[in-house]
Design a binder for this molecule. Structure first.
Ligand code: FE2
Length: 378
């Protein structure tokens, strides 16, 4: 489901200096079987395997596969034994996001500044070094068992980080799908916790509220969630925070919390310049998307006006469209990519709009209700 958000006037409530974040360095997942998960991300999602660490490279307790597609970098990590923090994470959460890692010039300063402002340290600054150079890492806790890792890599020239070996290309398993960069990464937090984390991002991280809506918004009648989007100074890094709300049925956020065993990353949105091409390839390669009722498209032209893409092609693929005063955007959501109904992906193409698809909430759920009405069940 789209995280329901709406652009209203910007609210600048930041009280801390901005962290000078260059971008998302990588997202690390703790998974039960990284070797097989890596195959899914390569053959289905279109990533290339670029680096590896494990027993062969001198790491005894885990393996990690580093996957890239354009500017997106995922790391899949699996423990090699039953004890320790990684095994515990997999046991409790299933496969899920451990770290949203942010690239900065100075990891120690970022760690010192954020912990001084109240962040809980999960990893004090540590220097790593190998023949490819030096890197510095530090981590702070965010919601649930998730962390932000600060990555400083100016003096490192290797494939990922010290200790990792390059995997020589070409990757014959990889089938690229045109995914370019991370647009946003969404966290689900518990009942009444959204504002706690909004305040964390403001006070500790120096982020600002980008757009928000609350439970007065009509969309929550359908979606049963509340969401606020936090963004860094240049607005390139955007973290919507969702919490469950009372709705007609059990909140989708509550379902996530039940199955994930607490707060965590709900979905990661990846941008493309050609959503029809990307989604066509992803579907051909086995990625499963949410099904949109055909009724959604009956009123699409009235709702969004003229768009470049043929509506019949969007309908065939189930791609949603939303417009605001800056332009429009196209988006689609995968089904969860684990057996637990937890983490999923969004594919997004922006054509001027900087919003998050709020208009699709109502249209999507109304479309579902129209189908119910046709069956005489409403
Ligand atoms: Fe999203």
């Amino acid at each position: 489901m789209p995280e329901a958000t709406e652009q209203i006037e910007r609210q600048s409530t930041a009280t801390a200096d901005f962290l000078p974040i260059h971008g998302t360095d990588h997202i690390e997942f703790y998974v039960g079987n990284a070797k097989q998960a890596a195959y899914f991300y390569r053959a289905s999602m279109g990533f290339h395997l670029v680096a590896y660490c494990g027993p062969e490279t001198g790491t005894r307790d885990r393996v990690s596969y580093v996957l890239e597609q354009n500017k997106i970098r995922f790391v899949l990590t699996t423990p090699l034994g039953p004890s320790g923090e990684i095994a515990d994470h997999v046991y409790r959460h299933g496969d899920g996001v451990k770290s949203i890692a942010l690239r900065l010039d100075d990891a120690r300063s970022a760690w010192e500044a954020t912990t001084a402002r109240g962040a809980r340290s999960t990893q004090a600054p540590v220097a790593l070094e190998d023949e490819n150079g030096k890197a510095q890492l530090a981590s702070i806790a965010i919601y649930g068992d998730t962390v932000h890792t600060f990555v400083e890599r100016r003096e490192y020239k290797g494939p990922f980080l010290p200790g990792f070996a390059a995997v020589p290309g070409p990757d014959r398993v990889a089938r690229p799908t045109g995914l370019l960069h991370i647009d946003h990464a969404v966290g689900n937090v518990g009942w009444g916790q959204m504002n706690t984390w909004v305040e964390f991002y403001e006070r500790v991280m120096g982020f600002r509220m980008f757009k928000h809506f609350d439970d007065q918004d009509i969309s929550t009648e359908y979606s049963a969630l509340m969401s606020k989007v936090m963004a860094n100074g240049n607005e390139k890094i955007r973290f919507p925070i969702n919490e469950p709300a009372e709705g007609r049925k059990k909140s989708q956020i509550e379902e996530y919390l039940d199955f994930y065993g607490g707060p965590g990353v709900q979905h990661i949105a990846m941008a493309t310049h050609d959503i029809i091409g990307s989604v066509t390839r992803l579907r051909e390669q086995g990625v499963e998307f949410l099904i949109v009722p055909t009724t959604y498209y009956e009123r699409l032209a009235d709702r969004v006006g003229k768009i470049d893409e043929p509506i019949n092609e969007l309908a065939e693929l189930g791609i949603l469209v939303d417009r605001d005063d800056e332009g429009y955007m196209l988006q689609i959501f995968t089904k969860p990519v684990e057996d637990r109904p937890t983490v999923f992906y969004e594919i997004i193409q922006r054509k001027g709009s900087r919003s998050f698809g709020k208009g699709n909430f109502k249209a999507l759920f109304e479309a579902i209700e129209r189908e119910q009405a046709r069956r005489g069940n409403l």
